[in-house]
Design a protein around this ligand. Structure first.
Ligand code: PLP
Length: 458
């Protein structure tokens, strides 16, 4: 047994660190060892329980009701609101879209979202046959434009969505005017508060949740800023009638009648129990303190970025996310590599339509702003010295013309090799790969990454 543990530890040693506050995407560190410990214990205690049948494990139904009851006042939910625990933000969004589609019964359903809406909405559109109408955000504030969103609503629209805040730029969309425009047309409005819904309750911000008229559903991930182990998000609906199409039952087979509130059927009670324990352990005052610490670090990082001669903010952060743009002396891809050399994982985001590439920072309570900023200064100097990655003009032109639907497996092998994405493992410096992907149109970018994943998992 100890051999296996040693093997697991060896595997983990190559991963990004989940603790220490130096991984600024994917993971969230409260810096509270007791909160981590209670989460791990609850996760293990309930690992083998099954949320498939809420009558078989009443403990799970009880903890789910508790979590929803805790969340409701935080996200402005009225008394009659109801909620479901899901496996993550994507599942919450998938269910919100599916529910809206099924309630509206349109022949050619569509949804109106800002271009900054999370990719999960595009995934939902793909799975459920809903057309995405993506509306450009304001080029300066990076927020959804209410008039443009309202004008895009038509007879096919089954859902309007906004972010609180957007992952890419960290700004909260104007929820009230957009929700009002949706309500006026009798269309549902979802607030994606997956990343901000456990931060905004402790900030002084204009209403962004279910207390805003016209908002019909809201998602908030506990495995982000509630600092619970992975696998827990909440999906709330304003009332039970709005939620009903989310539920699925099937008696069309000779086995047990299937009855599911979420996409999963058998599902571990572990993440739910862990979330229940961590949320209770940290408590409202604990979260207020964590948000205070994190927002303070975010503001210091943002101020230093704004004052830096080579950097600027894509937008002033509304919560705990920072999006950094650079001038032409460097690029975000090289900067990200230089930060990794210094022990910080930051996430390069590619340009989209008129929106520039950015470096994304998810700041968590354990992130030390001073250490980060000292290394950022050095990393910028190194990236300026190296200069931005030059994508050969012929390659750029070729990328713009390639139609991914015409490429076969061998062509993808060649392209992946040219991009530096073949063989096992990734190159240590990702900037050349990222700069090339950035130059590729979105469809080609997607096709190349899918081909990469296909080979990684063979
Ligand atoms: C993280 C995130 C999601 C998706 O959540 P997952 O838990 O990764 O599936 C959706 N929307 C926003 C704004 C997010 O930050």
């Amino acid at each position: 047994m100890t051999d296996l543990i040693a093997e697991l530890e060896a595997l983990r040693a190559r991963d990004l660190p989940t603790h220490g506050g130096r991984t600024l995407a994917y993971v969230y560190d409260s810096g509270l060892p007791d909160a981590d410990e209670i989460g791990r214990r609850a996760l293990a205690m309930f690992a083998s329980t099954n949320g498939l049948d809420p009558t078989a494990f009443p403990s799970l139904a009880a903890m789910e009701r508790d979590l929803i009851a805790t969340a409701k006042p935080l996200v402005g939910a009225p008394d009659g609101a109801v909620g479901t625990v899901t496996s993550g933000g994507t599942e919450s969004i998938l269910l919100a879209v599916q529910t809206a589609r099924d309630a509206a019964r349109r022949e050619r359903p569509s949804m109106v979202v800002p271009t900054t809406a999370h990719g999960a909405f595009h995934k939902a559109a793909h799975y459920f046959g809903v057309r995405v109408v993506a509306i450009d955000v304001d080029p300066v504030s990076k927020r959804a434009v209410p008039e443009a969103m309202a004008a895009a609503i038509d007879e096919d629209t089954v859902l309007v969505a906004v972010s609180a805040p957007s992952y890419a730029h960290g700004v909260v969309d104007p929820v009230a005017p957009i929700a009002a425009a949706a309500a006026e047309r009798g269309v549902r409005c979802h607030v994606d508060a997956c990343i901000g819904g456990w931060v905004l309750p402790w900030l002084d911000h204009e209403p962004w949740g279910l207390d805003v008229a016209g908002v019909t559903s809201l998602s908030v991930d506990l495995h982000k800023y509630a600092y619970t182990p992975k696998g827990v998000s909440l999906l709330l609906h304003r009332d039970p009638a709005l939620r009903r199409p989310q539920f699925f039952a099937s008696a069309d087979w000779p086995g047990y009648t299937m009855l599911n509130a979420t996409m999963q059927s058998t599902k571990s009670g572990g993440p739910l129990a862990a979330a229940w324990a961590v949320v209770r352990h940290i408590g409202t005052d604990g979260y207020r303190a964590l948000v205070g610490t994190t927002v303070d670090a975010t503001r210091r990082i943002a101020a230093a970025v704004a004052a830096h001669p080579h950097l600027r903010l894509a937008a002033e952060p509304d919560t705990t996310l920072v999006a950094v743009e650079t001038d032409t002396a460097l690029d975000v891809f090289t900067l990200s590599d230089e930060m990794l050399v210094r022990g910080w994982f930051t996430q390069p985001q590619m340009g989209f339509r008129d929106l520039a590439p950015t470096l994304h920072l998810t700041v968590s309570a354990a992130t030390a702003a001073d250490e980060f900023l000292a290394d950022l200064d050095e990393a910028v100097a190194a990236a300026v010295a190296a200069g931005p990655v030059q994508v050969a003009p012929e390659l750029r032109a070729a990328a713009a013309q390639l139609d991914p639907s015409t490429l076969d497996d061998a062509a993808f092998d060649g392209l992946l090799a040219a991009a530096g994405l073949s063989g096992d493992g990734l190159p240590t410096r990702m900037a050349p790969v990222n700069a090339l992907l950035d130059a590729a149109p979105p469809r080609l970018r997607e096709a190349l990454l899918i081909a990469f994943l296909d080979r990684l998992t063979r």
